[in-house]
Each structure stands twice: as C-alpha cells, then as structure tokens.
Design a protein around this ligand. Structure first.
Ligand code: WT7
Length: 648
C-alpha cells in the first residue's frame, strides 16, 4: 500500500507579534528546557509537572507503569479533582464563570460562590445515596449548574457522563444503559435558536417503560420554569439542596480512579464510552491551558464548545478551573438572533481568549462575512480552533476579521481519547501557517507510519498518525468493552503505538498537516489522496461555503471523486452544471487533474454530527447508491439525507 500523496501547497507564514511574545507564558528557552528535560528522562519530566501542577492529598510513588495498551499514571497518589478546581482558588475574590443566556441575561459566579454551590449540591447527591464509582448522566445545556453537577460528581468520586443535550431520547437511553447509570440530572427546558427544548420530556421518553432499569432518580434543575410532568422518581434540584450551606469533604480518590466517561461524537460506528482518569487527565488539561492558551490571571477565556463534548470538559470545566481562570459560557446558538452573536458577546465582555471550531467559523463566515466589522474585538489576544482541519480560507478570515491580524491562532489537534491538546502551536513562539496544527507539545512523541507501521521519513508523504509514547491524559479504555479498545486503537500495529485513526504528513519545517480520517482516504488510479486537501481547494473558491469529498467505484480509475458542495447564500443560484464544470477545473488548477471531481452536487447543507463533523461515511453510501448503513443517531440534520438522495 502506497503512502498518501500531498498535492496542496500552502506556505504563508505568520509570526507572533512582539507584544504577545513579551508577555507569553513560555519563552523559547522554557520550551527548549522542557523538551530537553523530556528527552533526558521522560519520568522526571512528568514527575516535576505532576508535583508542580496538582494538589495531592498523598504523593504518588511511580510515574508511568504498565505496558501498552494498559498504562497507569502516578500510582499510589491520592487527590480530588474538584478540590484542585475550586478549593484552591477560594478567598481570592476571583470570578469563575460569566454566564450569558440566549435571551441575553448575564450572571457572574465567583470561585467563592462556586465553592458553596458545589458543596451544597454534593451534599444533595450524597443524601440520595450515591456512592463513589456510581455513574451519573448529566443531560443539560451549557449553564453553570451543569458545571456544578460535574464538579459535585468529581467531589464525591461519582463518574459522570455528560450527554450533549441535543441528542435524542434513544441516544440518551443507549448511553444510560451502556454505563448502567443510577441518576440522570437534567433541566426542565432550555432555549436554542429562540425555541424551547423540553429536555425533561426527552429524558422521560428515554427512561419510560422500564427502558433504563438502573436509573433510580432523575434530578431536574428549574432552568426556564416550564411545566413538566413530575414522576415518582423525580426530584427538583432546589428541593434537595440543604436548607443551610454544608461543607462536604472531597472524597480521597486514587490517581487512576475514573473521573468521567464520555461517549465519542461517532462520525464512524456506534458511540464508544471513552474513560478518563483523575490525575493524569487533570495534569494535561492544566499544562495545555498554560502552554497553548497562555492563560493568565486577568484573562477571560471563552471556549464555545458545549460541555457535552471533550472540549467542553477540558477547556471549559477542568483545565480553566484548575488554573483558577475566569471562563465565559454562552447557552445559545451562535446565529441567534443574528450571526454576529459571538462578536457581540466578545465585545461586551472583553473576552481575551476565544476557542471555537472550524465549522462555526465557516458558518459565521458564510452568513455574515463582514459582520465582525461592526464590533470592537480588541480585547482578544489569542484565538484557537479545534475539531477538524481548518481550511486556509477560513483561517485567514479568522485571523484578519476576528484577530485583527495580531492574535496568534492555535490550531489544536487532539481527540476525545487524548483528553487534551496533543499537537498545537505555542502561541508566543511557533510560526504558524494556515492549515497545520504545527508540532507535538513537550512530552508527546508523534509518528507518521505506513500500513506496516514503519516510519515514513520522506517529507510531505502522508500516512497513519500515531502517538508513540504513553501520556497522562490518554484514555484508559472503552467502558465495558476491552476488546473494542484494543481493536480500535492498538491491534493493527501490535500494541506498538496508539492509533489515532487520522492520516497526516510532515512538511520540511517539521509541521504536521492532518489529511483526514484514515477511513476517508480516496484511491484514484493508484494514488491515495486525503479528503482534506481536495475539500480545501474547493472551499477556496469564492462561491463555496463547505465541501465534502468521497469516492465511488469507477471502472477505469478504481475510484472516482464525488464532491458534495454547499454554496454561500449570495451565490446559491450557481448550483448548475456549468458551475460544476468550472469548479472541477478549479480543483484541477489548484491540485492537479488527479484530484478533479468526476461528480459535483450541490445541497443546502452537509450531513454532520452534532459536534459539527461532516459524516463522509453517509455521503459515501449516497455517492455509491447504497443504503445508508451503520449508526445515524449522532446525525444532526436527518432531512439533508433525503435532499441529497434526490439530487443524485
Ligand atoms: C478528531 C477528534 C478534540 C476535540 C474536538 C473533537 C479531528 C480535531 C483537529 C485539528 C484537524 C482535527 C481529527 C480527530 N480534529 N482537531 N486541529 N485539525 N483535525 O474531538 O470528536 O474526539 O474528534 O477530530 O480527525 O481525530 P473528537
């Protein structure tokens, strides 16, 4: 099997500006020291960081023990994650959470308030009989109470599993049953896009008719004050709180005790319950917050991810709180009431660090390319992206329109499974180029290997992206499915390294470029191409908002390319044969005839997971004239499949 070929050249370079460099958390000397320390003695590297960043109840005795694929970190160490996130920062008069609702109410919670709220809710959870190790489902929007619920679980050693509140009752039911949860915590209802979503009804439907036999109680936080159907096992959040404030001692947890289970967004098969540990997970969250997001005492950090995703866990809840930072959370749609909502919130609240996803950037660009011009975004000093490769067109727009050409952009590559950033720029040091997540962070060894697991040493030759060393925040397994854990992440290369499932190449400067998922590679006349570069070339056309590329069988070439394209609103009527010919020539010009799509089709949107990832698997089914196969429960916009099938 040949390597994956790279055809697209992008060489624009951006340096951090002097003002940013002068105050950044890491200097080039610091970075060199960290890298050398790791090279000389990885255990010592992690030991120093472990001691420095975490408040231990009892010190650990070893660093990393065990063999692939089962590692343990910081054995014999005892800690409590919630104590690290909250108790450490009280009595400093510092804001923890700035909360904005969709209908524009604002609430500020200090660390002292948060301490009281978490202790009281921990008391309630304990009172209803929950014990260390029990699983608790949190089915809530991104509001302070969901953070309080997560932190209370951590305080008591309960394993939480946050289920994104956009999931259906069936998806919720499957997750409840997969981890045998005892309690669901939810809200009466919440607002999204001006509509009221009755979350409690969805929970009722999930657990009705004894469908979830392990569930003992459902706790409901009165969020909008909507009428609900109160069942026998339902408890109002406000009714189970103690009448006077209580202090609940943090449970003494072992380093390896699971902190949470999080089901992956699942652009491929059935969702996997990814298990994360306590100490190791916390450590990588903390150091990446400091190194990559350059977090400081006076920053206001807004990570737009929903708490239902790993980004919401690591960069809304655990990382920023453990570093004692101030976070902003917005419980609403980015386009409500208009697609300038993000910019308005940044201006009004002096957000200084902003972290979002390429899908959001592309959407806001599609719906309001010049809307940011109406806002003063000068409080921003750092921008981040995560979730997908960011195409250069979107990167540049982000840099110019949002970052005013002065904010470094950190394109952070990582996964639910890795727990924290793995490949990312150090903002005061790294020179960036649109489309690359640059280099692995200190302590991480990345490899790009061929189908036999041999290193690909040639520049710009693509292969499987693997991680060669264990790291503290790596997943500890898939809940209740050891075999699937080994099969998915380790088996192909005999446990030699962690398999990310992504493909990537390394350029002449040592920068890593993600080329797409391994499953999505297309094979045209014997050339293996990643989907990312072809899609990026299509999207660089002025009329185009989004594109997804898949292959279908072709008699001569083996496989041919089908491009699914969404046009910008103002160019919608170009969805015709003539323009598709133009677009094919455009790709030929940008990449070469090898990548020229044989078929182009236009639609209003593309099938995506609820976290915004394009589900190429479904598009492949459509392009190949097959029935849609596999799990579609993570699909966000079911209707689009009908439109796409009719177009063909
Ligand atoms: C997959 C992981 C990690 C938080 C959000 C997604 C893709 C993620 C990047 C990036 C290119 C990226 C990869 C990865 N991905 N970040 N900066 N550049 N691709 O978490 O749902 O577990 O998805 O997202 O394909 O494997 P996730």
């Amino acid at each position: 099997m040949k390597n994956i070929e790279s055809k697209l050249v992008e060489s624009r370079k951006y340096k951090p500006d002097d003002k940013f460099i002068a105050s950044s958390n890491l200097s080039p000397t610091d970075l060199k020291k960290l890298n050398n320390l790791y090279k000389e003695d990885p255990d010592n590297f992690w030991s120093i960081l472990g001691h420095k960043e975490i408040k231990w109840i009892k010190n650990f005795k070893s660093i990393c023990t065990g063999d692939a694929p089962f590692y343990e970190w910081f054995r014999d160490g005892k800690l409590n994650v919630s104590e690290n996130c909250i108790d450490r920062h009280i009595n400093k008069n510092k804001n923890a959470i700035i909360h904005i609702t969709e209908d524009n109410k604002k609430q500020i919670i200090t660390y002292d308030n948060l301490y009281t709220l978490v202790n009281n809710f921990s008391y309630s959870l304990k009172n209803i009989g929950l014990k260390k190790g029990d699983r608790v489902i949190i089915y809530m929007p991104t509001i302070p109470e969901s953070i309080i619920a997560m932190q209370s679980c951590a305080r008591l050693g309960l394993i939480h599993s946050v289920v994104f509140a956009g999931f259906s009752s069936e998806s919720l039911r499957n997750r409840i049953n997969d981890c045998s949860a005892k309690v669901v915590i939810t809200v009466d209802a919440f607002m999204r896009n001006g509509n009221i979503i009755q979350a409690k009804d969805i929970v009722d439907k999930a657990i009705e008719d004894e469908n979830c036999p392990t569930i003992k109680k459902c706790i409901i936080y009165k969020n909008l004050g909507k009428k609900i159907d109160l069942k026998d096992n339902d408890l109002w959040w406000h009714e189970i709180l103690p009448s006077e404030s209580k202090i609940v001692d943090p449970e003494i947890m072992a380093s390896e005790d699971p902190l949470f289970i999080l089901y992956t967004s699942g652009s491929t098969g059935k969702p996997k319950g990814i298990v994360h540990s306590s100490a190791g997970y916390l450590l990588n969250c903390i150091i990446t917050n400091k190194w990559v997001f350059d977090i400081k005492d006076d920053d206001i950090f807004w990570c737009t991810a929903d708490i239902g995703w790993i980004t919401g866990h690591s960069y809304v809840v655990y990382g920023p709180l453990a570093t004692g930072s101030t976070i902003l959370i917005y419980d609403g749609a980015p386009t409500f009431p208009k697609p300038d909502r993000f910019w308005d919130i940044i201006e009004k609240n002096n957000v200084s660090i902003f972290y979002t996803a390429p899908t959001a950037i592309r959407t806001l660009m599609k719906l309001g390319e010049n809307l940011p011009d109406n806002y003063n975004l000068r409080s921003l000093r750092l921008l981040g992206t995560v979730g997908e490769p960011i195409n250069p067109k979107a990167w540049i727009w982000y840099q110019v329109k949002i970052g005013n050409k002065k904010c470094p952009i950190v394109d952070t590559w990582w996964q639910t499974e890795t727990g924290a950033n793995i490949i990312a720029p150090i903002p005061g040091i790294t020179h960036t180029t649109p489309g690359t997540c640059t280099k692995p962070l200190p302590g991480i060894e990345i490899g790009i290997v061929d189908e036999e697991g041999n290193d690909i040493t040639e520049i710009n030759q693509g292969g499987n992206l693997v991680i060669k060393n264990p790291w503290p925040s790596m997943l500890r397994g898939i809940w209740d499915d050891e075999e699937r854990y080994i099969d998915t992440y380790w088996k192909k290369f005999n446990n030699r390294f962690y398999i990310t499932g992504d493909t990537a190449r390394k350029d002449e400067n040592g920068n890593i470029w993600i080329m797409g998922r391994s499953d999505d590679v297309v094979n045209i006349s014997g050339h293996r191409l990643g989907t990312m570069e072809i899609e990026s070339a299509i999207v660089s056309h002025e009329y185009v908002a989004e594109a997804a590329v898949v292959s279908y069988k072709h008699e001569i070439k083996g496989e041919a390319i089908h491009a699914f394209v969404t046009l910008k609103n103002s160019f919608k009527n170009y969805n015709n044969t003539e323009f598709s010919i133009q677009l094919r020539d455009w790709v030929k010009e940008k990449i070469g005839s090898i990548a020229k799509p044989d078929r182009v089709s236009f639609s209003d949107s593309l099938p995506k997971t609820r976290s915004g990832k394009i589900m190429r698997r479904l598009l492949r089914n459509i392009a190949r004239g097959e029935d849609i196969s596999g799990d579609t429960s993570t699909l966000e916009n079911e209707n689009i499949l009908v439109q796409l099938k009719n177009i063909l």
